[in-house]
Design a protein around this ligand. Structure first.
Ligand code: MN
Length: 269
């Protein structure tokens, strides 16, 4: 189930362990951005424009967007609210590289169609899931988290199908209007599903977590997806779960993880 191919590719964050005072790495996930949640979008804008200024790099571990139906929404000729929103967010993210801040993006279960054009226009580098790297002398593994929810068999079946390159090509061959409509429908469905998402079926399993720690040879794991922010002390190491962002409701929530020489810390927005 878990792709181990990426473990051979180590990131260049070794530099963070060198003698000069290194800037921290910031981790976020599960913002589910769309033009329907303006306060959450404003919080993301603030995070990129202000909060991230301190960072060496920003890591987005999946589900940045509520859904992504193909990079052709970035074509300036596409006159659609959703497409304009996608272009605005992509431009915003590009300001990071203009300021010398790295941007790394991992696919989530909603935005796994973010492609090469998006990465180029956002000034981002796509990370495989899972991804092991060394920063500040510590080896850590990053994941979106959906692949660890192995008790949800129906979802894992869908995941294998959705990540299949033939299935993706068939979907991307549909007209953009049709894809946008399908995305809308998937969104309203997942909103219903979120209501009863408290079952253990929608959390990671011990077995999958243990396997990932062992295969990646790490003692620190950072993931999102489950919307259950916490720091868990597992048998093999520490598992940090990122919060989702939702600021357009009565009890707003969100936050990020910060990694520096002192270790990992959870911070509010
Ligand atoms: Mn997710």
């Amino acid at each position: 189930m878990i792709d181990t191919k990426s473990f051979g590719r180590e990131s260049k964050h070794e530099a963070a362990g060198s003698a000069h005072v290194a800037r921290p790495l910031f981790f976020i996930s599960d913002l589910h951005l769309s033009e329907a949640i303006p306060k959450t979008v404003a919080a993301f804008e603030h995070f990129i424009e202000v909060t991230a200024s301190e960072a060496d790099s920003v890591f987005i571990l999946g589900d940045l967007f509520e859904f992504w139906v193909g990079d052709d929404v970035l074509d300036p000729a596409v006159d659609h609210e959703r497409a304009r929103f996608a272009r605005r967010m992509t431009k915003l993210m590009h300001t990071l590289s203009e300021r010398g801040i790295g941007l790394y993006v991992m696919h989530g279960n909603r935005d796994f169609l973010l492609g090469k054009r998006f990465m180029r226009e956002a000034g981002a580098m796509l990370l495989p899931d899972p991804y092991a790297m060394t920063a500040f002398g510590t080896r850590i593994v990053l994941a979106h988290g959906d692949a660890l929810c192995t008790a949800d068999r129906a979802y894992q079946y869908f995941r294998r199908f959705a990540r299949n390159s033939y299935a993706q090509r068939a979907f991307l061959a549909l007209p953009l209007g049709a894809r946008l409509a399908i995305g809308e429908r998937m969104r309203s469905k997942s909103e219903g599903a979120r209501m009863n998402g408290v079952s253990a079926k929608y959390d990671v399993t011990r077995k999958a977590v243990s396997e990932l720690f062992i295969r990646s040879r790490t003692h620190t794991l950072i993931h999102g997806h489950t919307h259950r922010p916490a720091m868990h002390r597992e048998v093999e190491g520490v598992r940090w779960v990122l919060p989702d962002w939702e600021l357009d409701i009565d009890a707003p929530r969100g936050g990020y993880l910060r990694l520096d020489a002192g270790g990992v810390r959870a911070l509010p927005l």
